[in-house]
Design a protein around this ligand. Structure first.
Ligand code: ADP
Ligand code: 5GP
Length: 221
């Protein structure tokens, strides 16, 4: 009866480094069907267990600049000192068209650019329960140097001030609770009336005719 738009939902997730975005996104990918994470290009080096083409496409600054010139990015930004990060347009569009929901885990500048281009995207900000807990998560993750932790922590203050530009905020205190909220937001967004493409209620006369026939049949029985 309801024909919904067949294209997937574009979901933008931001939040300070260490707040738990990647952890939540990996859980969401396991929990939901028909959803994919856009793998970004970056010029930063892999850290810890990260793998090329799984966590990021790790590319050289020359390749990144070439891609910018060739219009390959839906958005890109220099997130930390001299490190580029970018979302490939082709990957996003190809998946949205075939009806797969696409997650972009990107910074606030990238999210702002998406907001200008894609009005139907949904923007979720992941917030740490407190700055003290954020500091603990960042330090305990043991994937950054002391200088990198300080750089990321300083940027966190800047990022948190942008929360009002997002549609939703999820505080990542208890992990399962935060996951439930993220999952519900996506489910709700997919039920929005503006995703209805066609409403087909059938022919009223035909159905009334069927009702009359049903009644007559019952009386005869
Ligand atoms: P981000 O992707 O935002 O940089 P991560 O997902 O890497 O953050 O999480 C940072 C650290 O915090 C990781 O070690 C992760 O296991 C931990 N973490 C994430 N969410 C929670 C939570 N709700 N409670 C406790 N630790 C968490
Ligand atoms: P990290 O180096 O911790 O993996 O990521 C650093 C920051 O870059 C995070 O805020 C992350 O969301 C952001 N980021 C990752 N990929 C992209 C991207 O393609 N575009 C933008 N603008 N930011 C990204």
């Amino acid at each position: 009866m309801i024909k919904r738009k067949e294209n997937g939902l574009l979901i933008v997730i931001s939040g300070p480094s260490g707040c738990g975005k990647s952890t939540l996104v990996q859980m969401l990918l396991k929990k939901r069907k028909n959803i994919i994470l856009s793998i970004s290009d970056t010029t930063r080096s892999p850290r810890g267990e990260e793998k090329d083409e799984v966590d990021y496409n790790f590319i050289t600054p020359e390749q990144f600049r070439k891609n910018i010139k060739n219009n390959k990015y839906l958005e890109y930004a220099m997130v930390y000192t001299d490190k580029y990060y970018g979302t490939q347009s082709d990957f996003v569009d190809k998946n949205l068209i075939k009806g797969t929901d696409v997650i972009l885990e990107i910074d606030i500048e990238g999210a702002r650019k998406i907001n200008e281009k894609r009005k139907d995207a949904v923007f979720i900000f992941v917030m740490p329960p407190s700055m003290k807990i954020l500091k603990e998560r960042l330090v305990n993750r043991k994937t950054e140097t002391k200088e990198q932790v300080i750089e990321r922590f300083k940027k966190a203050y800047q990022e948190i001030n942008e929360v009002s530009k997002y549609n939703y905020v999820v505080v990542n205190d208890d992990l399962d609770d935060a996951l439930d909220k993220m999952n519900s937001i996506i489910t709700c967004e997919k039920c929005r009336v503006d995703r209805i493409e066609e409403l087909d209620v059938g022919n009223q006369e035909e159905i009334i005719h069927e009702i009359l026939m049903d009644f007559d049949k019952k009386r005869d029985d």
